[in-house]
Design a protein around this ligand. Structure first.
Ligand code: TYD
Length: 232
């Protein structure tokens, strides 16, 4: 672990919660300070990922396990080819969805089992977890009303599915409060952006202080195989 390790931040939540907007606003704030920010998303953060995204969201019907594996494949390649290299050179990586989406949608929504699906993604990513995960929590009915494009395969699922995924995100956040920042997505976008930006700057400052003292930083360092980027 070196002081050059970057910071990994993910945004999670239901459709229409404003994740993409908040991810972009965070990237803009940090770039204005001269930091390198890699703004990305799952599925589809790489060229292969874009092909997988089209297949899983708009392609022929696939069963739940195939769906889970397609998301995990996208994640494995995304982490290996984009996220880890960026973290290793000290960038802030901001991703619109990550592993917790698979746990909520495939593990709980599709009822494949949260632990199994989490373990699949941990294997795929060699254990990489974000230092901070921002949950933009929203009633699925409100989220649905905010959508402007035709619904994809997941968005087309029923109310019960979306209620389950919302609760799954909230349960995971409750179980690991150090990693999660839960925010009410109905708050104004600029207010949300301020809270998120402040939290990320705190983490960056803490990382800077620790690396100045040549201490291994928990939550920002790039883990090796089998470790997570959060304290354990
Ligand atoms: P997203 O890109 O957030 O949707 P959009 O930009 O079209 O609003 O995510 C696409 C869908 O993929 C979303 O409905 C959630 C789903 N999803 C999973 O089911 N599992 C996953 O692991 C990920 C990353 C996304």
């Amino acid at each position: 672990m070196t002081s050059a390790a970057g910071l990994f931040v993910s945004f999670e939540g239901g459709d229409g919660a404003g994740k993409s907007t908040q991810a972009r606003l965070l990237a803009e704030r940090l770039r204005a300070q001269g930091r390198e920010v890699v703004l990305t998303r799952e599925p589809g953060g790489t060229a292969l990922g874009q092909t997988l995204r089209d297949a899983v969201l708009h392609g022929e019907h696939v069963d739940a396990r195939t769906e889970a594996l397609l998301y995990a494949t996208d994640r494995a390649h995304h982490v290996a080819s984009l996220v880890r290299p960026a973290l290793e050179r000290g960038a802030v990586v901001v991703t619109d969805r990550y592993l917790d989406s698979s746990v909520a949608y495939q593990g709980t929504g599709r009822e494949l089992g949260a632990d199994e699906v989490e373990n699949l993604s941990l294997w795929a990513t060699r254990g990489l977890l974000p230092a901070l995960t921002v949950l933009l929590d929203l009633d699925p009915d409100v989220g649905r009303a905010r959508l402007t494009s035709a619904p994809d395969r997941l968005e087309s699922e029923g109310d019960d599915f979306h209620r389950r995924t919302r609760l799954a995100f909230l349960d995971r956040a409750t179980a690991d409060p150090d990693r999660w920042l839960v925010l009410d997505a109905t708050r104004p976008a600029d207010a949300l952006a301020a809270v998120i930006g402040d939290r990320v700057e705190e983490l960056l400052a803490a990382a800077g202080e620790q690396s100045a003292g040549d201490v291994v930083e928990q939550g920002t360092a790039v883990p090796s195989a089998g470790e997570s980027a959060v304290s354990s």
